[in-house]
Design a protein around this ligand. Sequence first.
Ligand code: 2AM
Length: 174
Amino acid sequence: MAERLFFSVPLSRISQLELIRLQAQLSSDLGGHGRVVPAANFHLTLAFLGNVTQQQKTQLLARWAEMTVPEVSLELNRLAYWPRAGVVCATTNRTPMALADLAHALRRDAAEHGFHQSHAPFRPHITLFRGVGGLKEELPEIKPVPMTVQEVDLMVSVMGPKGVEYHSVKRWGR
Ligand code: 2AM
């Protein structure tokens, strides 16, 4: 059976707590638009693969038996509303080059092996609200939320009783 997989960076508990605080502040600005993403689902997507069979997953893990996790920190220093995706996210205007290099390598590998092809440029972001439609208000400026990249996960997305859940299939650290 195929699984829906993606590579992502997990958040520390401290970054999670800051983002929960930000969600609470934003809820009134969004005036009830959209659904709050639970903190357990916060992650920074590097590459989305889509459906992957067990055989393809075994080959993927063999290709990525080694991965150098970049030693970088970033600041989530602004909010963005992406109407097509219907999301409000915390993002940055300063993408560390080493993180972009890893995201590009993972995306290239995905495309070369018949998985999802990401055409949009890599923009590190943490999705805070989903299903946000027709937002007219400008989003406020925010106090930057620091985030350190220490690990990368291969994640599987599954439908649980309370909605989508993400679980780590494999974790690379430094
Ligand atoms: P997100 O980081 O913007 O939330 C698991 O589904 C993750 O993969 C989600 O977090 C989502 O992005 C990303 N994702 C889902 N579908 C996608 C698609 N079609 N293209 C790119 N990324 C996708």
